[in-house]
Ligand binder design. Structure first.
Ligand code: BTN
Length: 334
């Protein structure tokens, strides 16, 4: 009944009388009023005016399964994707993992809050409610694990492009796939890609993406490195619409990842675009490979596999693989 009521309210830019709604839904006026109250409690801005009826305003800013589904159903590319929305969950990556054997196709897991958000290299990820986009896409690519080794870089490029288009903010990629707001380099997005194998074959790829959207403050341990779209722009963003734009950019361009080679460099074309957006290149960095092992050098280039080539102080060259190291700029986070 609430879905039908929303449908009716969405169909008009003007007020619709309670009587008309109750006739259309074949329920009493009191039942309409009860449904309106319940939708308001869920965050829908339904205004009412005496002798005029009800009108829905700004429904897009409501972030729930119903609104996301409605947005996805409007897109040919997204309408067949299964959506799971959680008000609260341990981690959307873990939720996807639990479904690897029971679900096929493309699945999307979205949470308003994560209790055990996971980051790269065994770190945790702060996932406060009503602030960020915490979501995971589970795909079933027909590819070898080697072929997918740098998918996470490609995903970083797609999200960077989507954020750039959506916000107009200057957003760069800190190798391998942190997105940072320039010129100071606050981290606004992190990506954790996990591959599930079965008999050496790829069973599923789990792409977890965390974006600080409307956060206005951060916990002490990350406040010196973290940023949000809101803090950078001075205003809030509609998380649902931003998510739709990111999914379009990513799923609409997945064919680019099929390794069309650049004619000059004979690297994948997308890696050329990635290099352009990568703010790590040309910077002095510290390479941290777990424990105390760290060394300094100049981030010089990316090889065709997307590994970072660092020229060390002693003149030696080090090839850094994305899964193993983190890099820190000597003058700060980037
Ligand atoms: C990083 O360390 O930079 C990667 C962070 C990835 C966080 C996202 S939030 C949605 C998804 N679920 C998780 O538990 N982690 C990823």
């Amino acid at each position: 009944m609430k879905n039908e009521l929303l449908k009716i309210l969405r169909s008009s830019d003007d007020y619709i009388s309670g009587e008309l709604i109750s006739n259309q839904l074949n329920v009493t006026r009191a039942a309409v009023w009860k449904a309106v109250k319940s939708l308001r409690a869920q965050g829908y801005n339904i205004v009412s005016m005496k002798h005029h009826g009800y009108k829905l305003e700004n429904s897009a800013t409501v972030y729930n399964e119903r609104e996301l589904r409605a947005l996805m159903d409007r897109s040919e590319l997204l309408k067949n994707i299964k959506l799971f929305f959680f008000k609260e969950i341990d981690s959307t990556n873990l939720a996807a993992r639990r479904d690897v054997d029971s679900l096929e196709g493309i699945n999307l897991y979205v949470a308003d809050k994560q209790l055990a958000g996971r980051g790269r290299l065994g770190r945790s990820w702060h996932s406060e409610p009503e602030s960020g986009l915490w979501f995971t896409l589970m795909l079933r690519p027909h590819a070898t694990p080697e072929k997918l080794a740098n998918l996470t870089l490609f995903v970083g490029l797609c999200v960077q492009r989507a954020l750039l288009k959506h916000t107009g903010l200057e957003i760069g990629i800190k190798w391998p796939n942190d997105l940072v707001i320039m010129p100071y380099g606050q981290k606004v997005c992190g990506i954790l890609t996990e591959t599930v194998l079965e008999d050496q074959q790829v069973r599923a790829v789990i792409i977890g993406i965390g974006i600080n959207v409307n956060n206005s403050a951060f916990a002490n341990d990350i406040e010196h490195v973290a940023g949000s779209l809101r803090l950078a722009s001075g205003h809030d963003y509609d998380r649902g619409r931003l998510l739709i734009d990111i999914l379009h950019e990513l799923l609409g361009n997945l064919h680019e990842f099929e390794n069309k080679l650049d004619s000059v460099s004979s690297r994948p074309s997308w890696l050329e675009a990635y290099s352009q957006a990568c703010v790590t290149l040309g910077k002095r960095v510290t390479v941290v490979a777990g424990g105390d092992l760290s060394c300094e050098g100049m981030a010089e280039a990316l090889n065709p596999e997307g590994d970072l080539i660092v020229k060390m102080e002693d003149g030696a060259t080090r090839v850094c693989h994305s899964g193993e190291v983190s890099v820190r700029g000597l003058a700060g986070y980037i």
